[in-house]
Write a protein that binds this ligand. Structure first.
Ligand SMILES: Nc1nc2c(ncn2[C@@H]2O[C@H](COP(=O)(O)OP(=O)(O)OP(=O)(O)O)[C@@H](O)[C@H]2O)c(=O)[nH]1
Length: 355
């Protein structure tokens, strides 16, 4: 599953989880309301004997079934929307059973529709509405209901928690979901921006920053440098100690690069190649930063690896570069020079700059 669908699935699982408590609450109050309506009517319970066990089974079991269904399913979207359609259908069944009493029927229908709109917008509202109308027709055909629009005061009292508490429960769920979505969005952004092994920026995101910094510094005239960093003889490390040890070296180097100045922008450019933008730094400062970095890596204890060194190529931004990639290419040439001169060194071949 890609990260976007995982993000979507997690959000839907969140909806299912938070809806669980709300559904239990709504069905228990709903059960109390229907029992009260039938209890205060003259022939309520006797008129439709099969309805009572069915009512109890649905109200007590359905919230748990809906939750387990969503929890175990891989197609959470379908399950969450289907469950809400079942809610609408069950609600439609109760309306004729309550002799179409206006207050409890309106309260039930509004609660279900509120839920449908907050989860699936107008589309789910319409589908839920159709499911409810079908259920009202079906239930009317089965029980041949009487019509009694007014309600006993007891029925109105039992409806009060549904009118007052249920909207608050829904608002709380929406609040929690909004927080969950904000958190997951942040995670998704981090996943798309950062290299999963080393923690520094991914090549794609780093290149966006390169273009941004190139344009910004060209406009403002700010001194900026870009450097390319490459681990020396990394193939040997992999061949001698194995890929996992190699990965560990990359991870450790990544965390060292993340520890540079806050304004520095480090990214993984390729396998064992990193690129760093040093805003607000002229060549002299950048050479110092690079030399400190080179020495730090040379003296760092990497797990199992006796010695690991890096080569660095630096290019300061200059008016000669017509685009960001020519600037980066200059740093790459300097890196090549550092490798050719014996590795474990910093190079900046200003004399070789050409556009
Ligand atoms: N462990 C590990 N190795 C990687 C990864 N990405 C690339 N490599 C390895 O990095 C090595 C790069 O080798 P080369 O391009 O020959 O470079 P080098 O051995 O560092 O030699 P110089 O750059 O010339 O000093 C290859 O063996 C790749 O398989 C990774 O994510 N993990």
């Amino acid at each position: 599953m890609d990260s976007e669908s995982q993000f979507r699935n997690n959000a839907l699982k969140g909806i299912a989880y938070y809806s669980y408590a709300a559904r239990i609450f709504a069905y228990l109050i709903g059960l109390a309301v229907v029992i009260t309506v039938l209890g205060v009517s003259d022939d309520g319970y006797h008129k439709i004997p099969i309805a009572m066990p069915f009512l109890f089974i649905v109200c007590l079991a359905w919230p748990h079934i809906a939750y387990q269904w969503a929890k175990r399913s891989n197609v959470t979207t379908k399950v969450v929307t289907s469950s809400l359609l079942f809610d609408a259908f069950f609600t439609g069944l109760w309306v004729p059973l309550m002799s179409f009493e206006l207050i409890p029927s309106t309260v039930f229908i509004t609660a279900v529709m509120m839920n449908n709109i907050s989860t699936g917008g107008l589309k789910l509202f319409l589908h839920g509405f159709i499911a409810m109308i079908l259920a009202i027709i079906l239930s009317s055909l089965l029980i041949n209901p009487s019509f009694q629009f007014e309600s006993n005061i007891l029925v109105i009292l039992v409806c009060i928690p549904m009118i007052t508490i249920y909207p608050m429960v829904l608002a709380t769920i929406n609040y929690k979901l909004t927080r969950l979505l904000i958190f997951q969005k942040g995670k998704l952004l981090q996943l798309s921006r950062n290299d999963s092994l080393t923690g520094v920026f991914s090549r794609r995101y780093w290149e966006q920053r390169l273009l941004g910094e190139f344009n910004r510094c060209k406009r403002s005239g700010e001194k900026t440098c870009v450097m390319m960093v490459d681990i020396d003889n990394f193939k040997n490390i992999n061949d001698t100690y194995g890929h996992l040890v190699g990965d560990n070296v990359l991870r450790q180097l990544g965390s060292i690069l993340q520890g540079l100045r806050n304004s520095d922008i480090a990214g993984r450019y390729g396998g064992e190649e990193f690129a760093i933008l040093l805003p607000n730094s002229d060549l002299e400062e950048s050479l110092l930063v690079a030399e400190r970095l080179r020495q730090k890596i040379e003296h760092t204890k990497f797990e199992k690896v006796d010695r690991c060194t890096i080569s660095i190529g630096i290019a300061p931004l200059s008016a000669q570069f017509s685009n960001a990639y020519k600037w980066l290419d200059q740093a790459d040439k300097a890196l090549y020079q550092a490798k050719a001169n014996g590795r474990n060194r910093v190079c900046s071949e200003l004399s070789q700059i050409e556009d």
